[in-house]
Design a protein around this ligand. Structure first.
Ligand SMILES: [Zn+2]
Length: 100
């Protein structure tokens, strides 16, 4: 649930960014921004991870990895690509989600 909201929030951020800062892989950047939002919120105390939450996030990417018509791989990337983008945001924050 938090993941989906944070991902959509990522799209809202993209809509406000200078187009030169938006990745060609928009969906992966949204996953990156989701990681930055959730782990940033945890870091500043706005959100508290409970035991098992991180496992659930990993499982969610596995499930969302395009086995359903609304999450086609061509649209969102493979589970591994999505998790990798999410981790990039979790580790590097918003700046980690901007082009190099
Ligand atoms: Zn999306």
């Amino acid at each position: 649930m938090y993941l989906v909201i944070a991902h959509e929030w990522g799209h809202a951020i993209q809509a406000r960014l200078d187009p030169s800062l938006v990745w060609r892989g928009r969906e992966l950047q949204a996953d990156c921004l989701a990681g930055a939002a959730l782990f940033g919120a945890a870091e500043n105390g706005a959100l508290e991870f409970e035991e098992g939450d991180v496992d659930e996030l990993v499982a969610a990417f596995d499930r969302l990895g395009d086995k359903t018509p609304w999450t086609k791989e061509s649209d969102h990337g493979t589970p591994a690509q999505r998790l990798s983008a999410f981790n990039r945001g979790a580790d590097g924050g918003v700046e980690g989600c901007l082009p190099d």
